[in-house]
Design a binder for this molecule. Structure first.
Ligand SMILES: [Zn+2]
Length: 286
């Protein structure tokens, strides 16, 4: 399960040819002989002998028993969700790994590890039927309590948004991971913010780098209905040198052209006009 966790919660197979098989063997410090010892099975009817490494069989058995205990989903169940035959951590399994690795449960919010339950929400969010009349505000949204369902929904929102934007900032296109390749820099921003009861829908979301997330939230940036970027005129009041990283000015990025933000492939999940107009009227400094 720890190895599954290291692989973001999903693993293709425990069969031959998979790196994972050797990776786990190394963790158990198996000898070459232990890794390669083969098990012979005789198929009497067809009169043939099939040899498979015992180690593969053992790993498969282990995965199978984890699936029985509902710590992982079986490839057949995962396939229904992701079209890929993979073993995937369930929320139960995820909690168990965190316990084993002594990682606090609240870290789940930041970790990129996938789980079967969150993937279900992601699928629902990405296959969204875009409503014409959309209210980005959920007046019944619970803001100050975290139930299990709300926590799952939050992680589902984050994952769906960054996936929809291919892990790139919608404003500058920045795409980068941590050196261990586990954590994406990009964040899922609400257009109508969570604190204003904004819904956790992809059409009320934007993938933004840390800098542009901040700039969008405080009202430096906004988006027109045709998805061109707006920059607050207050920029002219900024002292010289503000907002600059060497020659790069992270706010003036699109000041002099009709600059369109990066959008998802599917039009259905583009930001909704009702959300971006709410943000222009309530958050943006014109
Ligand atoms: Zn950016």
């Amino acid at each position: 399960m720890k190895t599954l966790f290291k692989h973001n919660g999903v693993i293709k197979e425990f069969g031959s040819g998979e790196d994972i098989v050797n990776e786990i063997a190394d963790e158990f410090a198996l000898s070459e002989k232990q890794k390669t010892t083969k098990l012979e099975r005789i198929y009497k009817k067809e009169n043939r002998i099939v040899k498979t490494p015992v180690w593969h069989r053992l790993l498969f058995r282990a995965a199978d028993s984890l699936a029985k205990d509902k710590y992982v989903s079986r490839p057949s169940d995962t396939k229904i969700l992701t079209q890929k035959k993979e073993w995937m951590l369930t929320e139960n399994g995820y909690d168990e790994v965190l316990r084993l690795l002594k990682i606090p449960t609240k870290k789940k919010e930041e970790l990129p590890t996938k789980s079967f339950e969150v993937q279900k929400i992601v699928n629902k969010l990405l296959r969204y039927q875009r409503p014409e009349k959309y209210n980005p505000i959920d007046k019944d949204k619970i803001l100050n309590k975290v139930t299990k369902e709300i926590a799952l929904r939050k992680r589902g929102f984050r994952q769906a948004v960054v996936e929809a934007y291919d892990y790139k900032c919608a404003v500058c296109g920045l795409k980068i991971k941590s050196p261990d390749l586990s954590i994406w820099e990009v964040e899922a921003a609400h257009i109508v913010p969570h604190s204003s009861n904004g819904k956790d829908d992809v059409i009320n979301g934007l993938a933004l780098c840390h800098l542009h997330h901040w700039a969008f939230d405080v009202g430096w940036l906004a988006i027109q209905d045709d998805f061109t970027l707006l920059i607050s005129s207050k920029i002219n009041l900024l002292p010289k040198g503000y907002g600059k990283i060497f020659d790069y000015d992270f706010l003036k990025i699109a000041l002099n052209k009709r600059y369109k933000i990066f959008l998802p492939n599917e039009k259905e999940i583009y930001p909704h006009q009702n959300a971006i107009s709410w943000h222009r009227e309530n958050k943006f400094y014109n």
